[in-house]
Design a protein around this ligand. Structure first.
Ligand code: BTN
Length: 282
């Protein structure tokens, strides 16, 4: 199979030396690693470093779900230190979703949507997932904030096998256009840096506005799938409960100023649940 062009360590070094971003001063470019988030959590990586891998052998998302990490995608984690409390991680994740949308617009020319809280969609298919994780060393402020992004940029349609072909895709598979990896990684780094800077300043209104505009759930009927204490995937719990007469869908009426989901009956915080659109097949 044709080997896709990737970012070289030299180009990355040149970019970060010149750009002087607030939170990231170095990008480590790897052929492969288990998971860029896992590596960033280890002592090997200190705050200020981002890690990019051409492939991951154990890429994962929320709730320990596997994240397909083959050649053609962008698998990157930004490991940073900022004056942001751990309970603001939902806000950082929401702002990261907007940062990804901005980078995708700049480089790929696409207008993607957001499924609450942090899935990026194109033509109804997931093209990107975000996993923000903190590490602690005793204070309420994380020692490191790790923002992991898996973005399906240049994979062929055939990379999305089995059930994934229904739910996921890449920008290339959906538009027929390949994008420059370096350009995308650099634009993403700038946008993430800008988003974290805005979050630290408490300047989030523009991000909220863009998030609300792009959010595909507003006005739609969804099922709220609470995160189970036993760590079980909420989709499995949904299958068990779906036929109960009292298990009802709810209408999404908006996104609160803290990037929470407001339905007609309640407010759902980012760490509490995920959602499933009612019209999706059960
Ligand atoms: C999700 O969809 O639940 C989040 C997926 C996050 C995937 C990225 S890829 C880079 C980083 N490394 C990982 O193992 N996960 C994140």
């Amino acid at each position: 199979m044709e080997r896709l062009e990737f970012l070289t360590q030299k180009r990355a070094d040149d970019f970060f030396r010149e750009k002087k971003l607030h939170y990231i001063n170095r990008l480590l470019v790897l052929e492969s690693t288990e998971s860029t988030n896992t590596l960033c959590k280890s002592d090997e990586i200190s705050a200020g470093t981002a890690v990019l891998a051409r492939t991951q052998t154990a890429g994962h998302g929320r709730l320990g779900r596997d994240f397909l990490s083959e050649d053609g995608g962008i698998y990157i984690s930004f490991c940073l230190s900022a004056n942001i409390k751990a309970d603001r991680l939902g806000v950082i994740t929401g702002m990261t979703a907007v940062a990804v949308l901005r980078a995708a617009k700049r480089v790929c020319g696409i207008d993607a949507g957001i499924k609450w809280l942090n899935d990026i969609l194109l033509d109804g298919k997931k093209i990107c997932g975000i996993l923000a994780e903190p590490t602690f060393s005793g204070s309420e402020y994380p020692e490191k904030i790790i923002i992991g992004i898996g973005f399906n940029l240049n994979q062929q349609k055939s990379a999305f096998r089995g059930g994934l072909s229904e739910t996921a895709g890449s920008v290339y598979a959906l538009t027929g256009r390949k994008s420059d990896v370096s350009g995308f990684v650099f634009a993403l780094s700038e946008e993430i840096d800008r988003a974290v800077f805005s979050a630290e300043q408490g300047d989030i209104s523009e991000y909220l506005r863009e998030y609300r505009k792009a959010c595909v759930n507003i006005g739609k009927e969804v099922y709220i799938l609470p995160f189970e204490k036993d760590g079980r995937d909420p989709k499995a719990a949904f299958e068990e409960n779906a036929n109960r007469a009292d298990f009802r869908s709810e209408t999404v009426i908006g996104i609160t100023d803290d990037f929470e989901l407001a339905t007609s009956g309640r407010i759902v915080r980012s760490g509490e649940a995920s959602i499933k659109e009612k019209d999706f097949e059960k």
